[in-house]
Write a protein that binds this ligand. Structure first.
Ligand SMILES: NC(=O)c1ccc[n+]([C@@H]2O[C@H](COP(=O)([O-])OP(=O)(O)OC[C@H]3O[C@@H](n4cnc5c(N)ncnc54)[C@H](OP(=O)(O)O)[C@@H]3O)[C@@H](O)[C@H]2O)c1
Length: 293
C-alpha cells in the first residue's frame, strides 16, 4: 500500500464522509499525481465501500481557500468550503460543483459545529486586515475559536494558514493586530494540536485572483520572476538574507497559491507530516513531496 493510500486509510478510520456529488465527481476524475485523484482512486479501488475523508476548509471562498478546495477536490477528498456567505467563490470549473459550500462564521461556533462532525481535517484560510481590532479578531480570535471547536469535535488534524512576518522596523505599528492575531492562533494550535496541527507561513502569495466575475488579477506576472530569482540563492542563503533588518524583506520569496494549497492539503491528510510550523522557505519542498507521493 502506498504512503498516500495509507494516509487515506488512516483518515478514513478517523471519519470519512462523502456526498452524492462528491462520489460521482470522484468516479469521473482523471489521474494526477498526489495532489491528484490517483491517490484517492487507488485507495478507493482497494476498498470500494470506504468513502473519501472529509476536509473542511474555512475561508473557502477566498483567494487561498478556494485554491485549497480545488486542490483537495482534485486529490479525491470530500470537500466542504465554509464562509460567512455560504456561497461558492467567483470561479468556474467542475471542482466548484464538486465541492459542497455552506455558511459558517468562525467567531460563532454554533453556525458550523455540525459541519465538523466526521471531518478528518480542518484547513483554516481565515484571515485579513482592517483596523487593528479587526486584524486581531479575524486572524486571532476567529482562528482560536475554530481550533477549539475542531478539537472539541474530535477532528484529528488542523492546518492554519499563518504568515511569515518580514523583518521590517516599524511593522508592528502598521499591522500589529495581524501579527498578534497570527501568533495567538499559532499558540492555540500548539496547545490543542501539539502533534497534528500545522501552521504554514507564506510570505506574499501570488496567483490568479478573481476580483469580480469577469476580472482576474494575474499576480504571477509580477511575483513569479522574483520567486525564480530568489530560488537561485537557495533556501538557507535566502533565509539569512531575509533576517537582515529592512532590506531583508526583499529576500522573502513569494510563493504561488498552488504551492500553498498543495502543502496545506498534504499537511491535512498525511500523518507523517509532524505538528509545527512550515515556514516560507520550506513550502515548495513540502508541496513537492506531496506531488511525489
Ligand atoms: N494573500 C497573501 O499574499 C497572503 C500571504 C500570507 C498569508 N496569507 C494568509 O492566508 C489566509 C488567506 O488569505 P487570502 O489572501 O485568501 O485572503 P482572502 O481572500 O481575503 O480570504 C480570507 C477569508 O477569510 C474569511 N473570513 C474572514 N473572517 C471570517 C469569519 N469570521 N468566519 C469565517 N470566515 C472568515 C473570508 O470569508 P468570507 O468573507 O467569504 O466569509 C475570506 O474568504 C489569511 O489568513 C492570510 O493572512 C495570505
Amino acid at each position: 500500500m502506498s504512503a498516500t493510500a495509507q494516509s487515506l486509510s488512516a483518515l478514513r478510520r478517523a471519519g470519512g464522509l462523502l456526498n452524492a456529488r462528491g462520489l460521482s465527481a470522484l468516479a469521473s476524475r482523471s489521474a494526477r499525481a498526489f495532489s491528484s485523484p490517483s491517490a484517492a482512486a487507488s485507495a478507493q479501488s482497494s476498498d470500494d465501500s470506504a468513502a473519501p475523508p472529509k476536509i473542511v476548509v474555512f475561508g473557502g471562498r477566498g483567494f487561498v481557500g478556494s485554491n485549497v478546495c480545488h486542490e483537495a477536490f482534485n486529490a479525491g477528498y470530500s470537500v466542504l468550503g465554509l464562509s460567512r456567505a455560504g456561497t461558492p467563490p467567483l470561479a468556474s470549473g467542475r471542482w466548484v460543483d464538486g465541492v459542497s459550500w455552506a455558511r459558517g462564521n468562525a467567531l460563532e461556533p454554533a453556525t458550523y459545529t455540525e459541519h465538523l462532525r466526521g471531518a478528518a481535517a480542518v484547513i483554516s484560510c481565515v484571515g485579513g486586515f482592517g483596523s487593528a481590532e479587526e486584524q486581531l479578531r479575524t486572524n486571532g480570535a476567529a482562528n482560536v475559536a475554530l481550533i477549539e471547536a475542531a478539537k472539541v469535535a474530535g477532528v484529528p488534524r488542523f492546518v492554519f494558514i499563518s504568515a511569515n512576518i518580514p523583518n521590517v522596523p516599524g511593522i508592528e505599528a502598521l499591522i500589529g493586530g495581524y501579527i498578534r492575531g497570527k501568533a495567538a492562533a499559532e499558540e492555540a494550535l500548539r496547545a490543542h494540536y501539539p502533534g497534528t496541527g500545522v501552521a504554514l507561513r507564506p510570505g506574499v502569495i501570488y496567483g490568479d485572483r478573481a476580483v469580480s466575475t469577469n476580472i482576474t488579477l494575474q499576480l504571477g506576472l509580477v511575483f513569479k520572476p522574483l520567486e525564480m530569482l530568489l530560488q537561485r540563492l537557495g533556501p538557507e542563503t535566502a533565509a539569512r538574507m531575509a533576517a537582515v533588518p529592512l532590506v531583508g524583506a526583499a529576500f522573502v520569496p513569494p510563493v504561488s497559491v498552488e504551492t500553498v494549497a498543495r502543502a496545506a492539503v498534504r499537511a491535512a491528510v498525511d500523518p507523517s507530516v509532524p505538528g509545527g510550523v512550515i515556514d516560507v522557505w520550506e513550502l515548495e519542498a513540502a508541496a513537492q513531496r506531496m506531488g511525489a507521493q
